[in-house]
Design a protein around this ligand. Structure first.
Ligand SMILES: Nc1ncnc2c1ncn2[C@@H]1O[C@H](COP(=O)(O)OP(=O)(O)O)[C@@H](O)[C@H]1O
Ligand SMILES: [Mg+2]
Length: 399
């Protein structure tokens, strides 16, 4: 993917005026709640009727980069997404505006910056930061993901996918979606706050096998739900995208990363570790199969179990990338130490990490695996593990 500066740049006014806000769709709480299955546990869904969003400081225009070509007007290219009023319109699926998001099936989530009190940063990702926020009207703490609107079409697609999937997802193993809105410079989406954080911050020197089993079973069930019910391949399975709360629940987030994005090796790997399956580095390989998520699941499992990313790490500036990629593509698959983990556990990881994607098990096969069978009825005290791991989190004490 080329640098944003080399792309044609578009500037358009995306301010949402009070007039437009008044016209925007107002749906009642009843409609919102009745149109979506209410989860038996968890905080109430936040709804806000505050009209005028407080805009972020920053450029008074929305910059869109990486769209169009020099011969056509750039607006024509992105009008598919941004209508003249400045709303982001995901054709037939959702309209995102300053006060929330309206989905084509009639559901609506109203939320905006005025209702939120920022409570600190939870982490930084490739596209922006994730903040802990307090939603004043409902007293609900949420995680708010900010995505800067220096958009490429691929990124818009990603946002669409994530919003669309998030709003459809009602599953114990998927984080809950509360709403989304945008200002002139950013798209924000609010999701369930998982108060122990992501697994990368919790595994410390490695998690015990029974805890590992519960996490892996939750991940397989979440991934199977995405595939069976929403026809989604996650594409970004890794420890930072598996979240835990202090009651011990384990949930997936950040699914639906656009294929256009993951095809870009440089972009995907700079400053991070790669969880991509070997076949994804093969440019002649077409498409991305669910088997590649199974690889990432296996790799995540080895990392959680051993407390270490199993390939050579990058130096933080993207250095070491070829060593890492070559180890993934040409090296032996990582495995679990057989003196520390049961035969069933080692075999589960080994099957996920088969270099040949067609040999990797499907989700139903994984759920039938002896490792799952061994632990599926075992009561594991996930709450204590989450509490204890949270108390050991290094990053919190640094603050
Ligand atoms: N819903 C959430 N609850 C708590 N922490 C979260 C939540 N979503 C994300 N985070 C934290 O924010 C960090 C940044 O997330 P993200 O932008 O998705 O980047 P990445 O997943 O690549 O780390 C994550 O590593 C995770 O620790
Ligand atoms: Mg993430």
């Amino acid at each position: 993917m080329s640098a944003p500066d080399s792309k044609p740049e578009v500037t358009t006014s995306a301010r949402t005026t009070p007039n437009l806000l008044a016209k925007s769709k107002q749906l009642s709480l009843n409609k919102l709640e009745s149109s979506r299955q209410v989860r038996p546990v968890g905080p109430p869904r936040p709804v806000s009727n505050v009209q005028v969003p407080k805009l972020r400081k920053g450029p008074q225009t929305m910059r869109l980069t990486g769209v169009g070509n020099p011969t056509s007007t750039p607006f024509e290219n992105f009008s598919r997404f941004v209508d003249p009023s400045g709303k982001l319109n995901f054709s037939g699926k959702a309209v995102l505006h300053a006060q929330g998001v309206d989905f084509s099936n009639g559901t609506s989530y109203k939320i905006n910056m005025n209702d939120l009190k920022l409570e600190g940063e939870l982490g930084k990702g490739q596209f922006g930061t994730v903040q802990k926020v307090f939603h004043k009207p409902t007293n609900v703490i949420m995680a708010m993901k900010e995505i800067r609107l220096e958009l490429e079409v691929a990124k818009l697609n990603q946002i669409l996918m994530e919003l669309d999937v998030l709003h459809q997802s009602k599953n114990d193993f998927i984080v809950d979606f509360y709403g989304a809105f945008f200002t002139e410079s950013c798209v924000y989406y609010c999701m369930e706050y998982m108060d122990a954080g992501s697994l990368d911050k919790l595994y410390n020197k490695g998690v015990p096998e029974d805890v590992l089993a519960i996490i892996i079973i939750a991940m397989v069930k979440g991934l199977k739900f995405l595939k069976d019910k929403l026809n989604i391949i996650h594409r970004d399975v890794k420890p930072t995208n598996v979240l835990v709360n202090r009651t011990g629940e384990v949930k997936l987030c950040d699914f639906g990363v656009s294929g256009q994005l993951v095809k870009s090796l440089a972009r995907t790997n700079v400053g991070s570790q790669s969880y991509m399956a070997p076949e994804r580095f093969n440019v002649t390989e077409n498409g991305y199969g669910v088997q590649s998520d199974v690889w990432s699941l296996g790799l995540t499992m080895v990392e959680l179990a051993t407390g270490k990313y199993p390939y050579p790490a990058l130096n933080g500036k993207g250095g070491g990338i070829w060593e890492q990629l070559s180890a993934i593509v040409n090296g032996k698959s990582p495995s679990l130490p057989s003196d520390k983990f049961s035969e069933e556990c080692c075999d589960f990881a080994a099957q996920c990490l088969n270099k040949d994607p067609s040999e990797r098990p499907t989700y139903p096969q994984l759920l039938e695996h002896s490792f799952v069978k061994k632990y599926q009825d075992v009561v594991v005290d996930m709450k204590s593990w989450a509490e204890e791991s949270y108390s050991l989190r290094q990053d919190i004490y640094k603050e």
